[in-house]
Structures are given as C-alpha cells and as structure tokens.
Design a protein around this ligand. Structure first.
Ligand code: NAD
Length: 499
C-alpha cells in the first residue's frame, strides 16, 4: 500500500485531518494500493470557503479568458490521456482502451466548455417600449458541487466541473471513495492550465462529506450521479436546503430485437453493451427483449458461445475485453443476484460465477452471465445489478415490449434493433425513456447535447452537460434600460405598460 490520498483545496493537495479513511484497491489483484481520507464537515467547509473566495474574480473575467483556460485544460488532459486511463484502469478495473474512451468523452465536455462566450450570449430586444431596451443574460450561481460515482472516475467529474467553471462558478468535487486518484490529478491539471487556486477543489470522503455539501449554505447547486436511492436522497435533502439539484440515478436498459433486425449486428452490440466495462455502466444493456421465440432462440444460440469466449483479465493487459468488478463487496453482490435468478426460476444459460483468473486469484473477477426466460416479476429484472449479467425477456410483439419498458421504474436508456423505419420511429416516440438508440446500443448523447434519463433515473429538471448544463449552472438576469432623452412623462403610479 503506497498511496495516501487527501484533498485538493485552494490549489494544493492537503492531507486529511479526520480520523476516517477508506481503502483503495487494484481490482485485478485484489490488493489494497492506498487509502483515501474521508473529509469531515470542517474540511468540506474549508473547500467551500476557498471556492467562495476565488469565485468573484473568476466570474469577473471576460468569458473568452475563461475559454482560453479551458483550451489549455483540454490540451493538458489530452497530453495526459494515457496516465489518466491507467489510473482509471488500476482503480476501477476497466480495460485501458475502454478507460481511454471514457476520458475522451470527458474531454469532449471540456471542448464544449471552450465555446462558453457563444454559449453565454444573451437575448436582446431593442425598443420594448419607446427608448427602452431589454437584455437577458445568464449569470453564474456562485459555488457549485458535484458528487460522482465509481464507474467513470474521470468522465463524470469532467461532465460537471469544466462547464460549471466556464460559466463562472467555482466548483467542489466529491468523488467516489472507491477510485479517487483521477479527480485529484484532473484538479492539478486544471491548476496548471490556469484555473485560479480555489476555483476547483476536491474533497474526498463518503456520507459525512456528502451531507456537509447538501447542508452547506454557500453551495448554490449540486450535480449528482450515482445509484437511485442516493440520488433521491441527495435531491430531497439538497432541495430542502434551497439548492438547485440535478441527481442522475440507476438504470435497467432494454434492447429490443425485432424479427427483421440484422442479428449479427445486434449480437455484436449486445456483447459490447452488456459486458463492456463488466456491465458497470449506467447505459449498459442489461435486458435483451427479442420479439418472438424464433428471434430469441437464434439470439441465445449466437450469444452463449461469445460470452463463454470473452477474454477476461486485468484491464491493463492488452487484448483483454472485460476486466474485474470494482470491489469484492460488489463482486459478492453481483454473484448473489445470479444465485437469486436461479432461485427465481430463470434459466442460467451461461454461468460466470466460478470464473477464476490464473495468477490473479484474489482479483474481483466474474465471468459473463446470461439468463434466458426472465420475467418482469423477478427481482433480477426489477433491480439494477451493475455487473456482466444479461437477462433475456422474451416478448411476443412490439407493443408488449414497449409496455414492459414503460412499466419499469428506470428510464435511462433503451435501444431497438430493426430495419423498419416505421417501427423505429414508433418506438422512439412511445418509450418513456430519456435516451433512445436506433441500431445504437449505448445512445450516450455527445457533449454538445445533454445526457439524462427519465423516471427514477433522474431527479430534477435538468439533464447534464450540453445546453442543459449551461442552464443548470447559470441563472437569468433581465436588464431593462432607458436613457434620459429630455422627454419627461412624470411620475407613473399605475403599472407601467411599455410600447
Ligand atoms: P453510489 O450511489 O453508491 O455512490 C455515488 C456517490 O454517492 C459517491 O460519491 C458516494 O460516496 C456517495 N454515497 C454513497 N452512499 C451514500 C449515502 N448513503 N449518503 C450519501 N452519499 C453517499 O453509486 P456508485 O456505486 O458509486 O455508482 C454506481 C451507480 O451509479 C449505479 O447505480 C449507476 O447506474 C449509477 N450511474 C448513473 C449514471 C447516470 O448518468 N444516470 C452514470 C453513472 C453511474
């Protein structure tokens, strides 16, 4: 164990002052590689005070100057891509190639933030009354905070902090305690790029730090990404304290395979979407919905051997397709869901529970699992498992597929595989889901659009990044102006009517 991770406050790394720490593991070896300090409420307050002190001067800079800092930040992130990807892989477990992809998707949000002068352009109406003009501008909120999950330790902090900073806010990130190294390094790169000390801070920790953020009177807005119970708690507690909150939660994403689909394309898509990143993605496909038994039988026949042949191993080794799960605790949870599926009567076609990785016997590995004949009443269908476990739910027709999707508690993503434009269009319109793919298994919107689910996958009114992100991190100000012209109307005691 060599790493000791504290916090990043006021432009420098500081050790934790509290007595609580959490272990950080390399999931491939199962070894503890470090420990992370858990911030107390006082340490959260220190970060917020540093942010509060730095924010006014940062907000006063012309947006083009903040944009130039973002350009340098983007360059530095790109130059350090390999280092960031390795950090992700060594603490999260995902493959290097996958980690690189996730860092790239985070950098794309920084690219979007580089356009902040254009994004902050206001609305102007000349002559709303005689000699009266109206200007609507978007102003920063002050200090904002982000609470992030373990599964994208670089990308999700990058979904939040750069855009919030570009809008003129200071930011405090509370990363997942399972993989805290990336956000610390990202904060150092931001400083090097020219983000003034205090504008970006990182406080590590768990529940106490989150509660301190939610109750802090100087934090105006909170962005959260994580599991649904915590998302709901963060939303309710944060809004009860008068904050603006966007809280993105869990998912159970269905992929419908129509009888006219290109089956090979659908199988390739399912392999990547269900088993990539060991299923630890909020946009992973965890339910396949083939329409009709013929499609279902053909799908299982093609999927099963591919799942058995998955190249599983440490994410840092070349050629590996699927790495380990993040912690032993999570591994046990995923295994127990597979046990439960068997008890519930689902047919376990591929059983990955006993997978052992030679030379990495203590790693948190599990093989890919495939269930057939899963029904909507089963718990393995209702809950998010967040592992490499795909459930096949056979449905007789399009309408019943749409019906089960709409009845599910989650509404993050979904996809349909078909050659029929009519069916695809009807599907996209009918599903109560935030992000829909047509022959695209993981329809994550690009950075200049916004990301977010419906139902219990998102609490709050704003999706993340893109135009919705700019709206979330700013508030409107309307300025109505008139200049003395020499014409005097005298005092007006009635409601002024312009025009
Ligand atoms: P999590 O909810 O356990 O943790 C998320 C954050 O909340 C972490 O920073 C954690 O420290 C904190 N936290 C955990 N328990 C808490 C508590 N009781 N009180 C206060 N704070 C608490 O989520 P996770 O396991 O890190 O991440 C996986 C989950 O995130 C999955 O459910 C996944 O679907 C979801 N996720 C959603 C999206 C999305 O965009 N909708 C994206 C990625 C991940």
């Amino acid at each position: 164990m060599d790493k000791e991770i504290g916090h990043f406050i006021g432009g420098r790394r500081v050790p934790g002052k509290g007595s609580e720490f959490g272990p950080v593991f390399n999931p491939a070896t199962g070894e503890q590689t470090g420990r992370v300090a858990f911030a107390t409420a006082e340490e959260v307050d220190e970060a917020v005070q540093a942010a509060k002190a730095a924010q006014p001067a940062w907000a006063a800079l012309p947006p083009i100057r903040r944009a130039r800092v973002m350009f340098r930040f983007k360059d530095l992130l790109e130059q350090n891509m390999d280092r960031l990807a390795r950090m992700v892989s060594e603490e999260h477990g995902k493959t290097l190639e996958d980690a690189r992809g996730s860092v790239s998707r985070g950098i794309e949000v920084v690219e979007f933030a580089c356009g902040i002068p254009e994004l902050l352009k206001g609305d102007f109406s000349q002559d709303v009354g005689t000699g009266v003009d109206l200007l609507s501008v978007r102003r920063p909120l002050g200090v904002c905070a982000g609470i992030t999950p373990f599964n994208f330790p670089a990308m999700i902090p990058l979904w939040m902090a750069p855009l919030s900073m570009a809008c003129g806010n200071a930011f405090v990130v509370k990363p997942s305690e399972k993989d805290p190294s990336c956000p610390m390094f990202i904060a150092e790169l931001a400083l090097e790029a020219g983000v003034p000390p205090g504008v970006l801070n990182v406080v590590n920790g768990a529940k106490e730090a989150v509660n301190a953020i939610l109750a802090h009177p100087d934090i105006a807005a909170v962005s959260f990404v994580g599991s649904t119970p915590v998302a709901e708690y963060v939303y309710r507690t944060g809004t009860a304290h008068g904050k603006r909150v966007q809280a993105l939660g869990g998912a159970k994403n269905h992929m419908v395979i129509m009888p006219d689909a290109d089956l090979d394309m659908a199988v390739d898509a399912l392999m990547g979407a269900a088993y990539g990143s060991a299923g630890e993605r909020c946009m992973a496909v965890s339910v396949a919905v083939p329409i009709g038994d013929e499609v279902a039988d053909a799908l299982i026949e093609r999927l099963a051997p591919r799942i058995r042949q998955l190249k599983i191993g440490p994410g840092t080794e070349p050629g590996v397709e699927m790495g380990p799960l993040v912690t032993r605790e999570h591994l046990e949870k995923v295994r127990s869901y597979v046990d439960l599926g068997v008890e519930e009567g689902a047919e376990l076609v591929v059983d990955g529970r006993d997978f052992r990785m030679q030379g990495y016997e203590n790693g948190f590995f599990i093989g890919g699992c495939l269930f057939d004949r899963v029904t909507p009443e089963m718990k393995i269908y209702k809950d998010e498992i967040f592992g490499p476990v795909l459930s096949v739910v056979r449905m007789p027709d399009f309408d019943s597929a749409v019906e089960i999707i709409n009845r599910h508690q989650f509404g993050n993503g979904t996809a349909i595989f078909t050659r029929d434009g009519d069916a695809a269009r009807a599907f996209a319109n009918a599903v109560d889901i935030g992000m829909v793919g047509i022959n695209v298994p993981i329809p994550v919107p690009v950075a200049y659009h916004s990301f977010g689910g419906w139902k219990r996958s998102l609490f709050g009114d704003h999706h993340m990044h893109g135009p919705e992100g700019v709206r979330f991190y700013t508030r409107l100000k309307a300025i109505t102006s008139r200049w003395p012209t020499g014409i005097r109307a005298g005092a007006e005691y009635k409601m002024p009517v312009l025009g």
